[in-house]
Design a protein around this ligand. Sequence first.
Ligand SMILES: [Zn+2]
Length: 387
Amino acid sequence: MESTKTIQLKITDIDSDLVETMQKYSDGMNYVSEIVFQNGKVIPAMKLQKMVYPYLREKIGLKSQVSCNIPRQVAGSYKTLLEQIKCKKTKWQKLQYTPSSMTLSYKRDYTITEDSVSITTFSSGRKTYNIQNYDYAKEYFKEPWKFTASKVTKHDDGDYYFHLTVSQKIEEPAIEEASNFMGVDVGINYLAVASTTDKKCKFFAGGEIKNQRNIYSKMRARLQSKGTLSAKRVLKHLTGKEQRFMKDVNHCISKSIIKFAVQEKVSIIGLEDLTNIRDTTNVRKKQRYLHNSWAFRQLQGFIEYKAKQVGVLVEYVDPAYTSQTCNRCNHISKNNRKGLRFHCEACGFEMNADLNGARNIEHRTRDFRYIVESQGCLSTIHTDNLS
Ligand SMILES: [Zn+2]
C-alpha cells in the first residue's frame, strides 16, 4: 500500500502569471465538467480527452500537457461522485471548480527544491517561486519519499500555498492470529473511545468539549429564532468558529488515536459505518444524532487519513446493536444500556457503555477480516472527498 503525506508550503512571491494560470486552468476544468454533466453520466477519461482537447488547446490556449490532465481529473472526480451516488450519499450534479486550486503533475508541471518550486505558467513558461519551508518538512524531500501530483491552493486568508504531496510504498500488514485490532466508538458521552484486542483502552475528550458544543448549539438556536439580519451575520460567524473549534479537536483526537494504535502495534482500526441506516431503533437513535453531524464524519475521516500515513488499515463495520450487545456473553437487549453504564441483564457484566461499544466494534473488525481473508478477497472501497 501507499502512504501519502501532504505538506503546505507558503509561496512568498506569487505573481499575476500564476494567478492567470490558475484562472485558465479552472476555466478548462469547468468547461469539461459542463460536458460531462450535460452527458448525464460519466465519460471515460480517454474518450473525454478526445472530445475536449481541441477546445482546451485552441480556444482556452492551454498547453498540451494540461489539456490532457484536465479531462483525466474531471473524469476522476465524476467517477468518485458516481461511487458516492451508489452509496446514496449524494445525487448527480455539476461539479464546479474555482480558480483557487490547481493540480500539477510532478516533473511535467512542476519541480521542487527545499526552497523553491518551479511551475509551468500560462503566459511565461516555466517560472520559479520561493517557498517558505519548515525543518520538520525537509525529511519529505528525501528518500524513501517521492513527489507526486500536488496542488497550488489559495487559502481563505488570500495567501497561496503549494500543497506538496509525497508518497512511499509500505508493506501491507499481514493479518495473522496475533494481529492486534482496535475498535473506535465515536460517541455521545465521549467523542471517541478506543479499545484493542488486548483490552487496552483510551477515552477521548468528553465533558468539556460537549459543553462547549452545547453552548454553541444553544446560541445558534437563539440567533435562528431572532431571524434578523444582524443575527444572521453573527450566526455565520459563530458557525465558522464552531467548525474551526471542532476541526482542531478532531485533529487532536485522531492524532492521539493513531499514536495509541502505533504504540499498541494495531494493524486494523474498525470504525462504525454510519452511512447506511439499519432498521433498528436504537441504532437509529445514535445515528440520527451522528448522521447529521459533520463533526463525527470528519473525525472518522481524519482517523482514516492518518492511519493510512502510518500503514494501519481502516475498516468500516456494521454498527447495528453495538451499544446493546454484551461484549462478554453477546446477549443483546435494549435493557443492557443504562445511560452511561452498560449492565448485561443476562450475565451481570458491567462497564462503561462507550467502552462496551468500542469492544464490540473491535470484535466485528476482527470477525470481518477473518471472513474476508478466508474468502480470499481483500478489496475495500474507499471514496475520496470531492473537494
Ligand atoms: Zn452478558
